[in-house]
Design a protein around this ligand. Sequence first.
Ligand SMILES: C[S@@+](CC[C@H](N)C(=O)[O-])C[C@H]1O[C@@H](n2cnc3c(N)ncnc32)[C@H](O)[C@@H]1O
Length: 235
Amino acid sequence: MRKVYLVGGGPGDPELITVRGMKLLQQADVIIYDRLVSRRLLAYAKPGAELIYVGKEAGRHRYTQEEINRLLVEKAGSGVVVRLKGGDPFVFGRGGEEVMALRRHGIEVEVVPGVSSAIAVPALAGIPVTHRGVASSVTLVTGYTAERRIDYASLSGDTVVVLMGVRSLKKIAEEMMHTRSPETPVAVIEKGSMQSQRVVTGTLADIAEKAERAKLSPPAVTVIGEVVRLRREFL
Ligand SMILES: C[S@@+](CC[C@H](N)C(=O)[O-])C[C@H]1O[C@@H](n2cnc3c(N)ncnc32)[C@H](O)[C@@H]1O
């Protein structure tokens, strides 16, 4: 039977993969992995496992999504095949497209959810995305708008978490100030869960300038909302 395991690798720290994910990683004959997967996780692969990097470098795609889909179909059936993705496969991870491509070829897929950076990276920086009396709803949104237009001004959610947004922070903050106070607290967390993690805090009015001054770069998660103030108490 041809089968592929679509495994979420967590936000970076190798200890944050699930037990099921780790077991599959250790059994895998083939591991097809992305750029945001911790290289330290790959150290758990068994000797002789085939490790295939399909990460997309900024500005230059090593593999298109279609090529990744084809590769998954081709490798399915070569023993235990793990498709290892950063965070959770279904949170801006294009995991759904991979499931559909595999199913179209009659290949079974088991999804192993992962700890998503959308929730875990703020948590590790001392920010709960919800908190009784402060925030009872969260919106996850992408800052990558090359393929679609997002109306940031009309996003609902007491807390807004932006992935892939560090490069478009200025535009997002400007748009959000049409409907939210310029004093709304914001935190940008770069390389969350890693030793090199950095956090820059500010408000919608000044966060873009602060992030630029700090030269923040991807991967980074931006949290917008009153929950950011709790950081002072939680750290
Ligand atoms: C293509 S999306 C994949 C998200 C992933 N599926 C997840 O659930 O975390 C990549 C974005 O996730 C965020 N991200 C992933 N890992 C991160 C980390 N360790 N620190 C900060 N942001 C991270 C960044 O916004 C990055 O640009």
